[in-house]
Design a protein around this ligand. Structure first.
Ligand SMILES: CC(C)(COP(=O)(O)OP(=O)(O)OC[C@H]1O[C@@H](n2cnc3c(N)ncnc32)[C@H](O)[C@@H]1OP(=O)(O)O)[C@@H](O)C(=O)NCCC(=O)NCCS
Length: 177
């Protein structure tokens, strides 16, 4: 897989069923659908607000201007159907310096078919070939599906956690590459 997690460089990763590649502006509707589908336990700043923000236009603008969407947090496209079903990639998160966070989110209608595990595995290979030695992933304690995906791709839970009485406890998991 010829790719590296160099800031500013566009990335394409391929697995048996998936292509992970830069977002197109026209695919902002998929991002908005992800926003609308989020669990009510997810904090408000990650959900559509009472005024409808982020709007489709705002998400389009973000794809157009933020290279996060072409270099780090990739669109997950099914090769057979050619549809975009969510994102997977690396973000500068709450881990440690030089140790980014794995992030993924898929549309509900495709859950349970192994796509997140397949996409996350490709991102781990990419991170390894880019020279990272360790990744983090943070996950709500109530998010059983995500915890299972992280366990399947080799993340283990650490002692580190942040307790939020309203939204739940955030668990810090990590994986050496
Ligand atoms: C987490 C998410 C990406 C998983 O996507 P997916 O494509 O369904 O994941 P996979 O099919 O690869 O694996 C899901 C695993 O969780 C298991 N699972 C799903 N729901 C579960 C539940 N309620 N209880 C127990 N296990 C569950 C599945 O059985 C499967 O494990 P298995 O292969 O051992 O059977 C998807 O649920 C999602 O987008 N959630 C919302 C966003 C999110 O939570 N992102 C991660 C933030 S850390």
């Amino acid at each position: 897989m010829a790719a590296s997690a160099t800031p500013g460089r566009e990335v394409v990763l391929e697995t048996d069923r998936l292509l992970l590649r830069p977002w197109g502006v026209a695919e902002a509707a998929v991002q908005r659908e992800l926003w609308t589908e989020r669990d009510p336990r997810v904090p408000p700043h990650r959900r559509i607000d009472a005024d409808g923000h982020p709007t489709l236009a705002e998400l389009e603008e973000s794809i157009r201007t933020d290279d996060l969407w072409s270099t780090r947090l990739l669109a997950v496209e099914r090769k057979a159907v050619r549809d975009v079903i969510g994102y997977c990639g690396l973000v500068d998160g709450r881990g440690s310096a030089g140790e980014p966070e794995l992030a993924f989110e898929l549309l509900r209608r495709v859950w349970g078919q192994g796509y997140a595990t397949e996409a996350a595995s490709a991102v781990l290979d990419w991170a390894r070939s880019s020279g990272y030695e360790r990744l983090w992933a943070t996950v709500w304690d109530w998010n059983t599906a995500s915890r299972r995906v992280l366990a399947k791709v080799g993340f283990t839970e650490t002692e580190r956690k942040v307790v939020d009485p309203v939204h739940g406890t955030t668990l810090f998991t990590t994986r050496r590459l």
